[in-house]
Design a protein around this ligand. Structure first.
Ligand SMILES: Cc1cc2nc3c(=O)[nH]c(=O)nc-3n(C[C@H](O)[C@H](O)[C@H](O)COP(=O)(O)O)c2cc1C
Length: 161
């Protein structure tokens, strides 16, 4: 898939097949996150790969939503060291993961963590250091749905001067 097709056809996937994901594919998705743009090349991120089903179920119980984390064979937590641009850096890395997943014919969905009140308990569950932020957990799996959420037209959001 070429880059423009990947960007334009990616959609959040919340229904997954039971098929497992090869470790090499997960590593490649993480590698794409590693190479994401980051202010002042700080690279403040680290990632927790969750394959354990009991841990994924517990995350859903704690968060009270994102039921699809139960069936996603892999979930990846995006953790950031505190600094001025942790949210921007973490968002760039997360987006890179979503696109890399799509390029590998996987489905993915961003599940928000901080600033929700459940984030500290998820951090404890995953062993994330107190000094780190938990921006998101990305659910990954082979898609069994093709959603097409409504998108605003370009003409509504662009001005030329
Ligand atoms: C910052 C952010 C947080 C999100 N959090 C969640 C979430 O907690 N649960 C969820 O199901 N989707 C979440 N999403 C996915 C959005 O719902 C989704 O991107 C949006 O509906 C547009 O659909 P699309 O990704 O298919 O284009 C999040 C997306 C972003 C960018």
């Amino acid at each position: 898939m070429d880059a423009l097709t990947c960007l334009k056809t990616r959609r959040s996937i919340r229904s997954f097949a039971t098929t497992d994901i090869d470790a090499a594919i997960v590593t490649d998705i993480l590698d794409c996150a590693r190479l994401a743009p980051t202010a002042m090349n700080r690279q403040p991120w680290s990632f927790v790969v969750v394959r354990d089903a009991a841990t994924r179920h517990r995350m859903v119980e704690i968060a009270g939503h994102a039921e699809f984390l139960r069936t996603a064979p892999v979930a990846i937590a995006v953790c950031l060291d505190e600094w001025d641009y942790w949210k921007e850096d973490g968002s760039a890395a997360t987006m890179a993961m979503l696109l890399a997943a799509h390029a590998h014919c996987l489905g993915a969905c961003w599940v928000s963590m901080e600033p929700h009140p459940y984030a500290p308990a998820v951090k404890t569950l995953l062993g994330v250091a107190d000094t780190q932020h938990l921006l998101a957990v990305v659910a990954l799996g082979y898609p069994v749905e093709t959603p097409s959420p409504e998108k605003r037209p370009l003409a509504d959001m662009v001005r030329y001067r």
